[in-house]
Write a protein that binds this ligand. Sequence first.
Ligand SMILES: Nc1nc2c(ncn2[C@@H]2O[C@H](COP(=O)(O)OP(=O)(O)O)[C@@H](O)[C@H]2O)c(=O)[nH]1
Ligand SMILES: [Mg+2]
Length: 472
Amino acid sequence: MSASEKLQNEVERQKRKIEEIEKSIETVEKEFNEKFDYERESIEEHKKFLAEPELEIAIVGTINAGKSTFINALLQENIASTDARPETASLTKFKYADENKLEIKFYNEEEWNELWESVEESKKKNQANVFKEEFENSGAKNIKNDYLGKSDETIEVSNIEKLKNKIKDYTSRQSEIHYFVKEITVYLNNENMPKNVTIVDTPGLNDVVAYRSDITKDYIKRANAVVVCQSYLNLGDREFNDIASFFGNIGDKSYKVIILGTQIDKLNKPKEEWENIKEDWKNQFKVFYDKDQNLINNNIIGVSSFVFSNLIELENGKEHNEDNILSIYRFAKSYGIELSLQDPNLNNKIIDNYNQIIELTNIKKVNSLITNKIIANRVEEIIYDLENKYLSMINYISNKANNIKNENSHNKATLDMEKKEKEESILKRNEEIKKIEEDMKAINNAFDKIKEEWLNLNKKLKETIKNITNKD
Ligand SMILES: Nc1nc2c(ncn2[C@@H]2O[C@H](COP(=O)(O)OP(=O)(O)O)[C@@H](O)[C@H]2O)c(=O)[nH]1
Ligand SMILES: [Mg+2]
């Protein structure tokens, strides 16, 4: 069976199981007059995964950590908007395709109201006021009715430059439309874009609009792997806790959290200073990596996306400014590459050392980590994550069903005490309870059976994956 057939089978299997669960829930809801709203929501969420079972890699971190710059380095194309000011306000998904195009999803009225409420309630009063002021001045108000609740838009473009302009039109902080854009998907015909994967640029975890950071946090929960961009500068408690929570989502597969120390070219002595910071981070994060020294060493990586992209542009003969050259010079020099600012041939000397400097930026290292450790096992990873989500969902539902059952036996005991007075009605009630208990038992048995089946599969998968990982 091919990998995609295997995935398809698994998805169909889960869909059938979910139908069964939905029927069971319907019965319980009717019999007990209990609502399973929350559970139904998680079922809907799960159905969404099943409708689009793709490997998703989330690029996350605080504002200005260098998430978008990292994606651009990875794709070797300045496609994600970057800026010293927050620029990414909506989830931006990148996928490979034969034709470049853009898909845009807008907020609906209800979502917008929630978003606006979170601005009003923001504790960061100053930033919230700046947000409101910018919104007022942008003229976004006048187009609000045109965009809220607008159906999804697909825009086909003839070349990459047009695609970049369109992305700016919809997502740049300068554009008034960006306020209403919830999510965009960029389909890229780019050889560096891995196939069958979605790479997602996310709004900062510390976005002034809490509603937007919450979207990011929810999204991370469904991603199959997480690349954390963390500036070497500011790993505080908050950032540490956020990173810790990503490990919580990933189960026992901690290799799927990769922590990048970003912008290391900005350090005075990138080589020595980053080495020190890395030692410190290794200590802080070792518990999450099961104290596996190899994993800790491989998954905490210092990168300079900026130097990487500058170098590629220099090599391609693209226009470059002094700052870009200076950043390469300082970085290379700190790793012992002989260069001199006085040298009239500095640019050529840099190009002579191109391969070595490219290696030092570590972008290729991250790329091969993502390719070989995550994308290579794509189908197994998706199935494993789908199944974990499924398992936690039915666990939840089955617990709730059990609670209702227990409560019901308590009611039965109370009823027993009043037996003499209301014998007749009690007889009837007991009949009812018996029937309900029988139904409940059937439902729980069904849940247990599904759960057991799933746990077995889970075990098998884990072993398979362990074997695959051990082979490397
Ligand atoms: N020197 C240097 N600057 C960087 C690097 N990565 C990002 N930046 C700059 O940091 C700012 C924020 O980067 P951006 O990618 O937009 O951050 P995001 O908010 O996390 O997406 C921009 O001005 C980038 O040019 C890097 O590796 N080195
Ligand atoms: Mg960004």
